[in-house]
Write a protein that binds this ligand. Structure first.
Ligand SMILES: *Cc1c(COP(=O)(O)O)cnc(C)c1O
Length: 352
């Protein structure tokens, strides 16, 4: 039976990407060798890394002066690397607290120094994005989580007159933004780009080497940038599959094209939530995420019926995060419109 994969992460990838990836496991480019058994310094793999980096720059329309890194340790390691590389000794960092991932990032930053939380939406269970806060001008940087995967809220503005560091794990490549306003962007691959195992980091070269800290090599952006993400063995499979997904994205209209498709999917699903008396949305309307759509039943006694309608329709991984409950439909780039329509039909069938 065809499955409709609403998983929040690791999550849906294009079928053609999965097919190409599986072929490369057995025989990479007709070499008679697997992608995962050749040297990362072979010309074949270096071409993969170069292409992946070039596609990131092209798809996000990055100007000159940025390095694209593929590192390991997940987005969670970036919670450490960002302050390590950017917070000056005796300096200060600013954070916007919009959910569990932000608060985890804040916890790590506090290890390095004065960490100011400029605003938080914790008071309402993180169902909205704070606005109208001040960003201290003397902060070494301000950190944002652009999309709150667990709560289903998304930022549209990134204020502040200092360096900007953004965790885009769950909405990278999903919408057009002026990426040149950012100094560091990072994203674990497994939400919208590829398999778990690599983290994309985009860093503005001119900001590096200024913290005054001695940074362990594996946590030093400068070293990864200087070595072209080949300081040690990169996660070759994760980088390769990410490259395939970026190729797929380019062939399917790039970020502008996918943004339109994402807006359409989100609009249909939110309209159903708003019009269907059995459901209520979780996030404040103006802050709704176009990637993770969170909602609840108005009458929880209907849970068993709705869950079985979902199973019968091939809908997979619709449960909300264990900390929030309810439902969460993750509608990342690779999730087809058809899957959204199948979900909408199950929501309508609940009232029959
Ligand atoms: C999933 C997620 C993370 C954690 O990513 P890991 O790669 O598991 O460390 C961090 N931030 C956001 C916004 C996420 O969605």
């Amino acid at each position: 039976m065809k499955k409709h994969n609403f998983s929040a992460g690791p999550s849906v990838l294009p079928q053609e990407v999965l097919k190409k990836a599986s072929e490369a496991i057995v025989d990479f480019q007709g070499l008679g060798l697997s992608l995962i058994e050749i040297s990362h310094r072979s010309k074949e793999f270096i071409a993969v890394m170069d292409k992946a980096q070039a596609l990131v720059k092209e798809l996000l329309a990055l100007p000159e002066g940025y390095s694209v890194l593929f590192v390991q340790g997940g987005a969670s390691t970036e919670f450490v690397m960002a302050p390590y590389n950017l917070m000056k000794i005796g300096g200060k960092a600013a954070y916007l607290d919009t959910g569990s991932w932000s608060s985890k990032a804040i916890k790590e930053a506090k290890i390095f120094g004065d960490t100011v939380v400029v605003a938080s939406s914790k008071d309402k269970g993180y169902n909205y994005i704070p606005k109208g806060y001040d960003v201290p001008k003397d902060a070494d940087y301000i950190h944002f989580t652009s999309n709150n995967t667990i709560f289903g809220t998304q930022l549209n503005e990134f204020p502040g007159d200092t360096l900007k560091v953004v965790d885009m794990s769950s909405d990278i490549f999903s919408r057009t933004l002026d990426y040149s306003q950012f100094d560091v962007v990072y994203a674990g691959a497994q939400k919208n780009m590829g398999p778990a195992g690599t983290t994309l980091v985009i860093v503005k070269d001119e900001i590096l080497g200024k913290s005054g800290r001695q940074i362990p090599s594996m946590l030093d952006y400068q070293i990864h940038a200087d070595k072209g993400s080949m300081f040690n063995t990169p996660p070759v499979f994760a980088v390769y599959v990410s490259m395939l997904t970026l190729e797929w994205l380019k062939e399917n209209g790039g970020v502008t094209g996918i943004e339109k498709a994402n807006e359409e999917k989100a609009a249909l699903l939110y309209a159903e939530i708003d019009n269907n008396p059995s459901f209520v949305g979780f996030a404040a309307k103006e802050d709704r995420s176009k990637m993770n759509v969170t909602f609840n039943l108005t009458d929880t006694s209907l849970k068993e019926k709705f869950d079985s309608l979902c199973v019968a329709a091939g809908i997979s991984a619709l449960n909300g995060h264990r900390s929030v409950g309810g439902y969460r439909a993750s509608i990342y780039n690779a999730l087809p419109l058809e899957s959204v329509n199948v979900l909408i039909k199950a929501m309508q069938d609940l009232n029959k």
